[in-house]
Write a protein that binds this ligand. Sequence first.
Ligand code: CAO
Length: 424
Amino acid sequence: MKALDGIKILDFTHVQSGPTCTQLLAWFGADVIKVERPGVGDATRKQLVDVPGADSLYFTMLNHNKRSIELNSKNETGKEILTRLIEECDVMVENFAPGALDRMGFTWERIQEINPKMILASIKGFGPGKYEDCKVYENVAQCAGGAASTTGFLDGPPLVTGAQIGDSGTGLHLALGIVTALFHREKSGRGQKVSAAMQDGVLNLTRVKLRDQQRLAAGPLKEYSQYGEGIPFGAATPRAGNDSGGGQPGRILKCKGWETDPNAYTYFITQAAVWGNVCDLIGKPEWKDAPGYATPPERLDKLNEIFAAVEDWTKTKDKFEVMAICNPLNIPVGPILSTKELMEDEGLRATGTIVDVDHPERGRYVSVGCPVKLSNSPVAVERSPLLGEHTLEILSQVLGYGDADLDRVIASGAVGTPPKAAAE
Ligand code: CAO
């Protein structure tokens, strides 16, 4: 039995943010019924296509373990089916542009009338306020949520990160909101509305930079490289390159092979507790007790000099040798791993964090599996559904439609052309 066995999710999500959330719930055992526009489906099915005629990796990697029903929610019979699905399901998840659900006729008030126990979970770009009507994609959220202004180097423009903190990050936040609302429903007997705005999700993940914004009032941020370089601070938290965001100084440093390999780098943290080990390792034992070097505050204006000396050492080793040597000395380091190296990592495959998935249209592909492991609810990653693959199954098994109902529904055009009709 899986943790969320018995929970039915009406999945009205598309693109990345919402599907990330419902994929997690599916991995934890919920029955996720993905509603897609007949003949079209989630736009990502046909975005960034690498195998002609097959669902894209963008779609397959975000929609594992779900069932797909084609349903035109603007058609009268489609609305009837959607109403029945709302009656049967526990949670409805959507990330339409603001107002789209209302325009379909399914306001929060209407949904509560249909099923008072329903949890309606929504992702929007912004929360209530001046931007609430805006459509938002990943990088807009990274920019509006504070991440971009604090990412990059001091002398360069703001940067977005490859980690999809706006989409997948908000999906994670929403998943937590949903299971919390399910837990609350056990006691209250009622559903509720769960909202997660992408700007809020990014800001939550950028909170240490708001910490630094307020610390500026007390003087320069001494752990930032620019302090040691004598560059004055401005009104807002500056971009800090690869400086550590915490209290232990760290940088990305070159390793052996950096001239030709763009990922021959390591992250290196000069944690105060192992300063002596760092000094011995890099051939600077005299720094252990030297005035100006012995304590963390004294070292703050010398971080460039110190990391240059550490880099002289890391450049003599490859990034895995750095890891092998530093770990026994309790020095926190991390190799810069490429996507190729991660895909081939045997350890990640052993834990199910990287998985191979077979797909009837595209063959075998690699995906990220569930990053959260529950000891009593193991995850088996199953391929994403083809468009409308489960339309008839859902109508008959979940909604109890008989043959006459199915004929009527198919004739109405509300569910596209499921296999039964296609065969006739
Ligand atoms: N049957 C009938 N109509 C359907 C349907 C279905 N099964 N599914 C969707 N539609 C309709 C919607 O009702 C909407 O119609 P109206 O505009 O007439 O009300 C229309 O399809 C388009 O929906 P949309 O506006 O959500 O889609 P879009 O491609 O124009 O915008 C996006 C996409 C992501 C910018 C927008 O949905 C959005 O801002 N979502 C919230 C934030 C978010 O999640 N962003 C992250 C996306 S991942 O990077």
